[in-house]
Design a protein around this ligand. Structure first.
Ligand code: NAP
Length: 460
């Protein structure tokens, strides 16, 4: 047999997950000197992962990453096999037989838990659910969000919390020309919310927003951003943090909070979005639905940049009609793939999957959030996937086994034997075209299909 990675014996790689890290891994493989065939397997009929169903609809610029992904998908060595769940429709053991290597880039699909009583009450939601719902993700299509209350609370001060609270703070006119799902726009149009509270367990110097995202709260057409001046008093360690040149992002965030605290309230605006700090969620109370949130006042302890929040045994009570926990994502295990329960990631060394004792599992690799945890912006995943692909290509000799691999044909034969409908990139393009067409009369970039069977019927 010819050497692996040559025209007659291309390196066959299966990538699980078609979000940014999956596309960046495919790109790095295709651009390498080695002859490659890449099969990207996706659970939904639609590709692009969080760029389609995580990035906020009013942040269309961020979705331009899709233009690059389309170019990658257009190359002859790229193949999409969508509407297929690895671990259910096809096993990892089967993929190890059909391909030389498998890269898991399946993201962090679920949320971290607060672990407090009342978390499961009606009206207490995860950010993932709300984000998936307004972005038209089929998994969240049937969820209901009751916005008939005065007060919404968001726990967490990262960019996902910013997205959730901004969508709640905006008017329908500010959203109607985005690709927000129509069902979500209809519910938001009836929203009675007057107050949105965004709660941080640490201080204003530690909030994890990025300046662009926080600045948008100052530009909302019907919502005042509110920060209490006394909440901006910093301890010495936090002052040190903000003086550090490399910590310019947090300095900008703090300055934006200071700016909000000095703004005059615009009485023509009907909503207020409060940013509060040093408050740790202790309990959510209510009968069937959530009514109140009990928060413990916190103080910071530890040295600069390592400060953690500690309760001071003083609690406050807050009315809350609806609550969103936005405290970070975590990955979901796939059968036959090692998983670190504590971190919610696949254990790995620079992208080479290891078992929980650190021993490398041959043929398996990982990239993106399931590799390193849910951090960074879309572009961060490029460097992450490039590192993984570099390791994979270094391992070429180990992957060069004599047994012939069947690649995509092998996958199709397994799926066809089980009568599993799979979707190609061309099929997806038909769905894509229809979505764009349906969006046009409404002045939207697209109107998404929000049910899998609707997407499949377009191809039929
Ligand atoms: P994140 O940035 O890690 O923020 C999580 C927030 O939850 C932090 O404020 C954290 O506080 C808080 N938190 C964690 N555990 C908590 C607990 N037990 N009780 C109370 N608060 C708790 O996560 P994310 O917002 O989910 O975002 C994930 C990644 O996606 C980030 O890198 C983000 O920048 C990125 N993203 C980017 C964009 C964009 O570029 N527009 C949009 C969305 C997401 P501590 O700091 O104290 O831990």
């Amino acid at each position: 047999m010819d050497n692996l990675g040559t025209d007659n014996n291309p390196l066959l790689v299966a990538i699980v997950g078609s979000g940014p890290s999956g596309f960046y891994a495919a790109e790095a493989l295709i651009k390498s000197d080695v002859k490659i065939k890449v099969d990207v397997i996706e659970r939904l009929p639609s590709p692009y992962g969080l760029v389609r169903s995580g990035v906020a609809p009013d942040h269309q610029k961020l979705k331009q990453a899709i233009n690059l992904y389309k170019k990658i998908a257009d190359t002859p060595d790229f193949n999409l096999i969508a509407n297929v769940t690895v671990g259910e429709d096809i096993s990892v053991a089967e993929l190890r037989k059909t391909h030389h290597a498998v890269i898991f880039t399946c993201g962090a699909e679920t949320d971290r838990k607060l672990g407090i009583s009342g978390e499961e009450l009606k009206g207490s939601h995860t950010a993932t659910e709300f984000v998936g719902w307004y972005n038209g993700h089929p998994d969240y299509r049937e969820l209901e969000f009751d916005l008939s209350h005065d007060i919404a609370v968001i726990i967490g001060q990262g960019n996902v919390a910013a997205d959730v609270s901004r969508i709640l703070s905006k008017t329908v006119d500010e959203l109607r020309h985005t690709d927000i799902a129509q069902h979500a726009l209809d519910v938001l149009a009836e929203s009675k919310l007057k107050e949105i509270h965004v709660i941080g367990r640490r201080g204003p110097a530690q909030a994890k927003f990025t300046p662009k995202e926080l600045r948008e709260f100052g530009e909302l057409s019907d919502c005042n951003p509110i920060v209490q001046e006394q909440d901006l008093v910093l301890n010495d360690e936090s002052k040190k943090e903000l003086e550090e040149k490399s910590n310019i992002t947090n300095k900008k965030i703090y300055d934006l909070f200071a700016n909000f605290s000095k703004r005059e309230l615009d009485s023509n605006k009907s909503k207020k979005c409060f940013f509060s700090f040093l408050l740790g969620p202790k309990e959510i109370t209510g009968n069937i639905s959530i009514e109140k949130l009990i928060l413990e006042k916190n103080e910071l302890s530890g040295e600069a940049f390592k400060q953690s929040a500690k309760g001071i045994n003083e609690t406050i009570e807050m009315d809350a009609g609806i609550l969103f926990r936005s405290i970070g994502y975590r990955g979901v295990p796939i059968s036959d793939v090692p998983f670190h329960e504590g971190w919610g990631t696949i254990p790995n060394e620079k992208g080479r999957v290891t078992d929980t004792d650190g021993v490398i599992v041959e043929q398996l690799y990982t990239g993106g959030w399931i590799k390193r945890g849910p951090s960074g912006i879309i572009g961060t995943n490029r460097a992450c996937s490039v590192e993984t692909v570099r390791c994979l290509l270094e391992d070429l000799d180990k992957l060069n086994i004599e047994t012939k691999k069947s690649g995509a044909e092998g996958i199709y034969s397994i799926l066809n034997n089980k009568n599993i409908r799979h979707i190609s990139f061309d099929d997806w393009t038909k769905i894509d075209t229809e979505e764009v067409k349906h969006g046009e009369p409404k002045g939207k970039p697209r109107e998404k299909y929000t049910y899998v069977n609707e997407m499949l019927s377009v191809i039929n």
